[in-house]
Design a binder for this molecule. Structure first.
Ligand SMILES: *Cc1c(COP(=O)(O)O)cnc(C)c1O
Length: 401
């Protein structure tokens, strides 16, 4: 299946005024080489065929579309449909991108993969595809995230990856990304950096988006088949922004489909303890790309907070900044307690334990969007991952109450 893409970015990796390549000179060559290799692979039937085959036989695609009748009844308005990325191999959408990039790295003759991880889901996806393809894998992870997501640290090690602890700064995702970039700069001859979201310098926001659009392409067909029409709304949580952009892009030309991204409001944007880059940030540069970032008046990147480690990042992909400025997508936020409530409701009413990240999107749909609509209307929600990894966090939150 050919890859769906929006017409952007331009040749310089720009989405309007956003994106680009704000990196040291030493990385420019590697990013140029990567762009060339990716564009060639993207247009190559052999590469696309191998990727499609592995997405089917290894990752378990297509993932189902599920009509959540009990959540629909609970919300008392629009019909709620869940795109079940939690059922993809390793339990989240991350595998779509990890598989695509690892195949590309192999094609480029690289034998070593480096990756960053926050909640551990991207690290597990990278370790998984490296095991399958016989590649060496090093994953950088902040020690605070290693503590919060201990089972995923073991999963990566069992899969044969080396997990390298990062002790700088807040010891979470932002520092892990910086450390991974440093490794890549040093070892670029034989190493590829698999970044886990639509962030970083060009070509990453474009390439990761293209690999994740399989979510929206499948969901678009599945909605047509299930309901005979496109959804009225497509909703997804936004950390770096990869599951959301993957859902949104195949609907971009369908002007009647409203696109809504849900950021992590943490303890409330007004408290400063949040991870809503669009809702509570400003334009700046982070990890090689211009977009909305959470920063102080003098441009210092600030510490973020969210109950979900996968949303706990002070930036957002540049294409989201552009979609927001164009008015094609809207961005809202959901706070920790609301996400926790949706986590429990989805578990109890549907028998699906969602990732805390995905619970943000569900919370917005249940609390705000669906009740304001009528039963003839439909809302498509990306259930980006399963919540098994979040048991420790949810237990801690329960005990704190
Ligand atoms: C990583 C992750 C996210 C956040 O990342 P995006 O790039 O914004 O999609 C959301 N949900 C799950 C389950 C994740 O693992």
């Amino acid at each position: 299946m050919a890859t769906t893409r929006s017409e952007l970015p331009d040749a310089n990796g720009r989405f309007g005024d956003f994106g680009g390549r704000f990196v040291p000179e030493t990385l420019m060559g590697a990013l140029g080489e990567l762009t060339e290799a990716y564009v060639a692979a993207r247009d190559d039937d052999g590469f696309q065929g191998e990727l499609a085959s592995l997405l089917k036989t290894f990752a378990g695609r297509p993932t189902p579309l599920y009509h959540a009748m009990r959540l629909t009844a609970h919300a008392g308005g629009a019909q709620v449909y869940l795109k079940r990325e939690d059922l993809a191999h390793t339990g989240a959408h991350k595998i779509n991108n990890a598989l695509g990039q690892a195949l590309l790295a192999k094609r480029m003759g690289k034998r070593r993969i480096v990756a960053e991880t926050g909640a551990g889901m991207h690290g597990v996806a990278a370790a998984t595809v490296c095991a399958m393809l016989g590649m060496e894998c090093v994953v950088y992870m902040g020690t605070e995230d290693m503590r919060r997501q201990e089972p995923n640290v073991y999963r990566m090690r069992i899969l044969g990856a080396e997990v390298r602890p990062v002790t700088a700064g807040a010891r979470t995702l932002k520092e892990a990304v910086s450390e991974t970039i440093r490794d890549w700069v040093t070892n670029v001859a034989d190493t590829h950096y698999i970044i886990g979201s639509v962030v970083g310098p060009h070509p990453y926001p474009m390439m990761v988006r293209d690999f994740q659009t399989v979510i929206g392409r499948e969901a678009r067909e599945q909605m047509l088949e299930a309901t005979g029409a496109l959804p009225g709304y497509a909703v997804a949580c936004v950390g770096g922004g990869s599951n959301s952009i993957g859902l949104f892009v195949p609907f971009i030309d369908d002007q009647d489909v409203r696109l809504i991204g849900v950021e992590a409001g943490g303890e409330g944007i007004e408290t400063g303890r949040h991870a809503a880059s669009i809702g509570g940030g400003r334009v700046g540069v982070l990890h090689g790309s211009k977009s909305y970032v959470i920063q102080s008046d003098d441009g210092q990147i600030l510490d973020t907070h969210s109950i979900s480690a996968g949303l706990d990042y002070p930036g957002v992909g540049p294409e989201h900044a552009w979609l927001m400025e164009r008015g094609r997508a809207e961005y809202v936020s959901v706070n920790d307690p609301e996400a926790l409530a949706a986590f429990k409701l989805t578990s109890e009413l549907e028998g699906i334990i969602p990732a805390l990240e995905s619970a943000h999107a569900i919370a917005y749909v249940l609390d705000t969007l669906a009740p304001a609509l009528s039963p003839e209307q439909t809302v498509l929600v990306c259930l980006s991952g399963r919540g098994d990894k979040d048991m420790g966090t949810v237990m801690e939150a329960d005990e704190a109450r």
